[in-house]
Design a protein around this ligand. Structure first.
Ligand SMILES: [Zn+2]
Length: 69
């Protein structure tokens, strides 16, 4: 499948390690939600795509990363 941004087929799979948190000073005390998704990176324009796993997605949707345990 070509890149959605530039249409290039020059894409590669990677494994990411990513800490996600809400922006803004009021959220600075909330723990980071760590996800290790498979990334599809366009090596032409740099666009990256990944899917947040369901468990972490629920934590993010709830808006309270502390519930992650
Ligand atoms: Zn691209």
């Amino acid at each position: 499948m070509p890149c959605k941004s530039c249409g290039s087929a020059n894409q590669q799979k990677f494994i990411g390690e990513m800490g996600i948190r809400s922006p803004g000073l009021k959220n600075i005390d909330k723990p980071i939600v760590w996800v290790f998704p498979q990334l599809i990176v366009c090596l032409n324009c740099g666009t990256a795509e990944f899917v947040v796993p369901e468990a972490e997605l629920r934590v993010l949707a709830k808006g309270d990363a502390a519930a992650a345990g």
